[in-house]
Each structure stands twice: as structure tokens, then as C-alpha cells.
Write a protein that binds this ligand. Sequence first.
Ligand code: 3PG
Length: 307
Amino acid sequence: MTKVLVATVKPFAPAAVNGIREVVEGAGYEMALLEKYEDQKDFIDAASDADAIIIRSDKANAEVIAGANKLKIIVRAGAGYDNVDLEAATAKGIVVMNTPGQNSNAVAELALGMMVYMARNRFNGTSGRELRGKKLGIHAYGNVGRYVAEIAKGFGMKCYAFDPFISKEDIEKDGVIALDSVEELYSTCQFISLHIPANEKTKGSVNTDLLSMMPQGATLINTARKEVVCEDSLKKAFAERDDFIYISDIAPDCAEEIAEHYEGRFFFTPKKMGAQTSEANINAGIAAASQIKAFLEEGDRTYQVNK
Ligand code: 3PG
């Protein structure tokens, strides 16, 4: 029997698991559920007889792939697939997909939620600031960036974006000002929200050159990946300007050092929370299961990322 493994260190909401099960079992497949595992070995073992795997930020690394000899498809229920060893998968003829857009609103709501929380001094009773009229720079205008713009406009923010892969017309039809360079974005906007993927080109790319350009009251919001921000530059920004605020969905490696010196100027979620809503879990989980079914039954490769 075809086996679909759902491996999630950070489990989906129960309603999403039920929805995935309905699709998987409705197709006549068996579903195996591995949640909250603490040892990567448990994932390797569970994957060994799987035909298909659904993961979140779980590491589908070379070892998992090497040990999974029936495996045909891995679907990352979410956007970023930096946690999948694409080379190892491709070498074994395994298709890798993501589910773009399915959890994007949840991530965007978290970005704005954290911005309000910090602008209001973490609701500590002191006078904070408002978002209305402030300039928000959206660094990469993909699915999350679009939702961020939509919500931020509701707050009365002036939205700007830079994305070399999307035409200015496409950005500007949303009432967002498209800028020509990343430098222009950082030098124009007091708030910058990051939505770039983590890859060899982007890791560490948000650096001193960019951070030092930000106007007074600089606030960097990272719901992308911690690796895209250069941590030496981050520490330098905290040390050299007392207006700099960093908000991130998951702490940087230097979190303790920042916490020690810069109380009140940062907020880090204890766990990656961007996609952690039942709506996002249901959307992404069911999309992943449906994509597996469509691939196994019809060879549908829409959303394949290792072409
Ligand atoms: C994504 O890339 O889709 C988000 O970062 C969410 O990741 P998660 O599914 O591990 O919460």
C-alpha cells in the first residue's frame, strides 16, 4: 500500500491532520504520523518505507533521502524549502514541491502583529508610536509580501517594495511603490519587512551596508529566515544606533548577547510562529496531500521546485 508519512516536529493543528488524513485515506493510501520527534533518527526510520512525505521545517536531509528507497515525492507544506536537500532528492529522482501562498496570510499577520507590539513598547504602559504614515519597505514582493502590503495599508502605512523578479507594474497595481534597488528601499523606509528566501545568494545579505542606511527609528522585521540577516551586522547596528529595533520570528544565534545589552529593542518568538495558525495548517497541509495525490495519480508536477 502507498504510504504517506507526515513528519512534523512542530505539529499541524488537529483539524489540519484530519484534513490531510481524509485526502490520503480517501485516495486509498496509508497515512503515518510522526509528530514532535526529538531525534532526526526517528524521521529517518519513519521515512524508510514511505512513498511520499509531508514536512514543515523538518530537515529532509541527505540521510533521510538515502534511507528512503520507495520515496517518490516530498512536499514541504509551506513556502521555504531550504530544509530539503534538493540535490540529494534530484539525484534519486525524487520530486520536491512546496505549497506556495497557503500559509502566507498567517505570516503576514504575525509580521504586522509584532510591529504593533513593539511600536507600543510591548504594552508596558509607556507611550509608544503609531504605524500610520510610516514608510514600510517590503523586501521581496512574493505571497507574504503582498499580504503584508494589504494589511499595512489598512494601518495607513506607506508601502514600498523591491523585488528584482517582479515587474514594477505588478507591484504598483497594488498601490505599493516599486523601488529600483535594495539600497533605495533601506534608505527610504523606517520599517523593513523581510520576505527573501534563504539561499546561497541571500544568506547574510542583510548587512551593515543596508542597515546603516535606514532612517531614524529603524525597525527590521524578519519573518523569513534568521540566516538572511548577517549577525555581525546586526550586533553592530544595535551597538552603533540606539534607535535600532529587531523583531524576528525565531531568535538569531546571538540572541543572548542582544538580550543582555539591548532590553526593549528586540522581540524574538520562542518558536517559529509565522505559519502557526489552524487556517494556515489546514491550507498548507491539505494542499500538500492533494499535490501528492495529483502527482501519484496523474503525474501532476505543478509546484515542483527541483526541476
Ligand atoms: C514557510 O516557509 O512556509 C514558513 O517559514 C513556515 O514554516 P513552518 O511550517 O515550519 O512553520
